[in-house]
Design a protein around this ligand. Structure first.
Ligand code: HEC
Ligand code: HEC
Length: 196
């Protein structure tokens, strides 16, 4: 079973890598027009002010594109976001991803509880979160930007990776989330959301 799931994850990862170069041929200006309907939830320029809606501004374009694919293909599910992705065209996803990538990231929210933030920083070191997400947590390729992201959203996603309710394309986040306790997750979310 584990091998079977591993094989599927590997095949999916390959499929995603295969569409990589196409993801670069995108039109940000046209993406801006197409993305106007997204802003009611994701905020002006993709800078969310809703604790459970993620900011998209400054996300690596490949990350946004792959997440839209996952919503459309019903691998990632959410009652609010899934209906938006139904029938979305690949080219539109790439254009919108290019648009959000070039937007200025959301301003950092005021640090939550300084103790949490400190604890989160330690956990990030122990589990090498920055090795994939980059030292400034700006993300890269198919790996999410986490810096300044909505705190409640981050905590929800980490819990989702841990329980499997949010599947990920290559299984790395499912593994990374396993050792995190509930308290660790709250600390990490506090740390990352206040990360400048
Ligand atoms: C009605 C509100 C709503 C609208 C409109 C909406 N979204 Fe979302 N979106 C959400 C919510 C809520 C989530 C978080 C889902 C979750 O918790 O898994 C989300 C998640 C996402 C994510 C995943 C981000 C991440 O950090 O993983 C992407 C990408 C995204 N939306 C793109 C879009 C695009 C592009 C549009 C416009 C075509 C759009 N959304 C319109 C509510 C909305
Ligand atoms: C081996 C590389 C790797 C490591 C280490 C890693 N991540 Fe990730 N992370 C990813 C990838 C890839 C994704 C995108 C997952 C997907 O396909 O949905 C991701 C996504 C996330 C998301 C979802 C962001 C969003 O916008 O929805 C959060 C939160 C996150 N990681 C936090 C962490 C934390 C906290 C750690 C350390 C405990 C960590 N990551 C370690 C690769 C990694």
């Amino acid at each position: 079973m584990t091998f079977y799931r591993g094989a599927i994850a590997a095949a999916l990862a390959l499929q995603f890598i295969a569409v990589g170069p196409a993801a670069l041929a995108a039109d940000a200006a046209s993406g801006k027009n197409k993305a106007q309907t997204c802003l009611a939830c994701h905020g002006e320029g993709g800078r969310s002010v809703n604790p459970f809606v993620p900011s998209l501004a400054g996300q690596p374009p490949l990350y946004v594109y792959y997440q839209l694919l996952q919503f459309r293909d019903e691998r990632r599910k959410n009652p609010i976001m899934s209906p938006v992705a139904v029938g979305m065209k690949d080219a539109d996803m790439r254009d919108m991803a290019a648009y959000f990538a070039q937007e200025k990231p959301a301003p950092v929210s005021p640090a939550s509880n300084p103790e949490l933030v400190k604890a989160g920083e330690k956990i990030a070191q122990v589990f090498h979160c920055a090795s994939c997400h980059m030292p400034d947590y700006s993300g890269q390729n198919h790996i999410a930007r986490l810096a300044g992201q909505q705190r409640d959203y981050l905590a929800l996603q980490l819990r989702g990776f841990k329980t499997g309710s949010r599947p990920d394309i290559d299984g790395t986040m499912a593994s990374a989330a396993q050792p995190l306790s509930d308290q660790d997750i709250d600390s990490m979310a506090g740390y990352l959301s206040s990360f400048e």
